[in-house]
Ligand binder design. Structure first.
Ligand code: ADE
Ligand code: ZN
Length: 346
């Protein structure tokens, strides 16, 4: 990453907390918790073994199995936010799954308390702001989603700023999940859902028709339908685009075929995100760097993308204003470097 891109303020809206754990951290947690993991789930020190979307979801679930205790979540989010801050990120919204917390017998309140402690420690140590989105998992069905929505509402916390849906987009229909989304939307929470990643434009249309979404996770395959793109642009629905993830999962053969540019040119609001960074050999810094190297975006475009993410963040107004001011300050200093930097140059 060149110096300018490294320093540029970044914001990420789409990253799965369990998916942010590196193989090394997963091994460490498994050891600490006495969980035996199959060696076949790792390619090497740095990579998980998977070959396609289904085996990726299975690998992801196996890695989740290593996380058992509240402190695992605290360590994980603190570690991830630190890595993001070192790449210039000022804000990260992370998906956390109450269902995973339930699976391991920890429960959402304890998981949440640990995540909040990690977020506070990261803000103190690295100056980065983190927030959470509670997600349901589509392949587990609408009943579980309703349980997730109710659990989130029963355990409210100011850092849990929205509701979302991840998981296998090829199972069930968005309309099946309308009761869960309606429940949280009626309680005032904004929503996002994965759509248009492994399924086509019709999947995005079904999601925005059936669910109260202000953002879409991925949404890239909306690019297959110009009228749908118009609708997304007109309604100001924000796309959480994850180019590195899309290439790794084979949604597109390479970045030259990725529609990021076309989405921007169609007037859609886009943000850049890492999704599950160690699985896809990426990071928020890499996504910004790729946007320059592979899509020809410039510094102004990237600042605009950061501001789009801040405007679309589910965080409260005061937090968004504070983040906006950080971006504005960076822009001012870029135009007129502070006196100390100017005298160092001469
Ligand atoms: N869960 C974690 N990463 C995901 C992705 N890229 N798509 C759907 N569900 C996910
Ligand atoms: Zn995702």
């Amino acid at each position: 990453m060149n110096q300018t891109i490294a320093a540029l303020p970044k914001a990420e809206l789409h990253c799965h907390i369990e998916g942010a754990a590196s193989p090394a951290l997963v091994r460490k947690l498994a050891h600490r918790n006495g969980v035996a993991l199959p060696e076949s789930m790792f390619v090497d020190e740095h990579r998980f073994a998977w070959t396609d979307f289904h085996s990726f979801l299975a690998a992801y679930d196996r890695a989740c199995d290593a996380m058992r205790r509240a402190e695992d979540y605290r360590d994980l989010i603190y570690d991830y936010l630190g890595r993001c801050a070192r790449e210039g990120a000022i804000y990260v919204e992370l998906f956390s799954s109450p269902e995973h917390a339930e699976d391991i017998g920890l429960g959402f309140p304890a998981q949440l308390e640990a995540l909040v402690a990690g977020i506070d420690a990261a803000e103190r140590d690295f100056g980065i702001t983190g927030r959470l989105i509670a997600i349901c998992l589509r392949h587990r069905g609408p009943e579980r989603a309703l349980w997730t929505a109710r659990t989130m509402l029963a355990t409210r916390h100011p850092y849990v700023v929205g509701f979302g849906m991840a998981g296998n987009e090829l199972q069930h229909t968005p309309a099946d999940f309308a009761p869960a989304f309606r429940l949280v939307a009626d309680a005032g929470y904004p929503c996002t859902a994965h759509a248009g990643e492994v399924a086509g434009a019709e999947s995005v249309r079904a999601a925005i028709d059936a669910l109260p979404l202000s953002r879409i996770g991925h949404g890239v395959r909306a690019s297959e339908d110009p009228r749908l793109l118009e609708t997304i642009a007109r309604r100001g629905i924000v796309l959480e685009v994850c180019p590195g993830s899309n290439i790794a999962l084979g949604v597109y053969p390479d970045l030259a075929h990725h529609p990021l540019r076309r989405l921007i040119d169609a007037g859609c609001k886009v943000t850049l995100n890492s999704d599950d960074p160690p699985y896809f050999d990426t990071s928020i810094g890499r996504e910004y760097a790729m946007a320059v190297e592979s899509f020809g975006l410039g510094e102004d475009d990237l600042l605009h993308i950061t501001q789009t993410a801040i405007d679309a963040a589910f965080a409260d107004t005061e937090t968004r204003h504070r983040l906006t001011e950080r971006v504005a300050q960076y822009s001012r200093e870029r135009e007129r470097p502070p006196a100390s930097a100017r005298s160092a140059e001469t």
